[in-house]
Design a protein around this ligand. Structure first.
Ligand code: V0D
Length: 249
């Protein structure tokens, strides 16, 4: 255990020497499968996933990363059994009840992207209260993609732009990539530099479709409940070894 901590500290120091990603996006996947492999109910996996979430938030904060975006619940997740969806909807409140105090203390700003309509009232309340309570903070942004889908986000963006054109606030020929990006839910954020997807799936799964255009992708077979500081640091270390070209040479 002591040895592991030393290695973690070493890795941490090494990572600090390289160029840090400003924005890291993570798909918190593999919770249900992690539990099933152990003969536990899927719900136990979701709860275990909160521990990994806390570890990664702490590590990102210690490193000085500016933004982390976490894929917590996709628009497709409603297709899961009713009991599992009901349980998942309790987790934001549970997490925030325990963590909000320490998040405020750490100067963290909580943001949310996605559609809160159709989400239970008590979940909405917990999230809105946390967003409000951290709005005047100035530190790391903790951005939760909640009931989010990338294609839906793009369609909603087009609607907002069309409305502004129709009502005369924007001319059609002023629409550029930059303008478009500003109308997205992430208009206030830089694009992710690094995407981490655990659980062995090699897909984007309708996450941040526009924003991931030049993002470095990092996959691992490790399930989210087994993800920890060490894996997070490894992902960043690998990212630092890559040469980013943005389409140039
Ligand atoms: C379950 C692992 C925190 C992923 C983490 C319903 C699967 C635990 C939140 C959360 C979930 C969401 C919004 C917010 C604050 C916290 C969360 C879901 C699942 C989706 F403002 N954990 N968490 N949301 N799990």
């Amino acid at each position: 255990m002591k040895k592991l901590q030393n290695r973690e500290e070493e890795l941490f120091q090494e990572v600090l020497k390289g160029k840090l990603p400003e924005h890291v996006a993570i798909i918190m996947d593999g919770n249900g499968r992690w539990a099933q492999k152990r003969g536990l109910p899927r719900l136990a996996g979701h709860r275990a996933g909160i521990i990994s979430l806390k570890k990664v938030v702490a590590c990102a904060q210690e490193l000085g990363i500016k933004v982390i975006t976490l894929y917590a619940f996709s628009t497709e997740n409603w297709k899961r059994p009713r009991r599992e969806v009901d349980f998942l909807m309790r987790l934001p409140g549970e997490y925030l009840q325990k963590e909000l105090g320490s998040l405020i203390e750490k100067n963290i700003i909580i943001k949310i992207m996605g559609d809160l309509n159709g989400v239970p009232e008590f979940t909405q309340k917990a999230i809105k209260q946390a967003v409000e309570a951290t709005q005047q903070n100035t530190g790391m942004v903790l951005n939760f993609a909640f009931n989010y889908g990338g294609r839906t986000e793009i369609v909603n963006t087009v609607k907002r732009i069309a409305k502004d054109v129709f009502e005369g606030r924007l001319r059609w020929n002023e629409i550029t990539e930059k303008v478009f990006a500003n109308y997205l839910d992430t208009g206030f954020l830089p694009d992710p530099d690094l995407l981490i997807r655990p659980s062995g799936e090699l897909r984007i799964s309708n996450f941040l479709l526009w924003q991931l255009a030049y993002t470095e992708l990092w996959f691992t077979k490790v399930m989210w409940p087994d993800f920890n500081k060490m894996y997070f640091l490894k992902a960043i270390k690998d990212y630092q070894k890559r040469e980013r070209r943005f389409g140039g040479i």
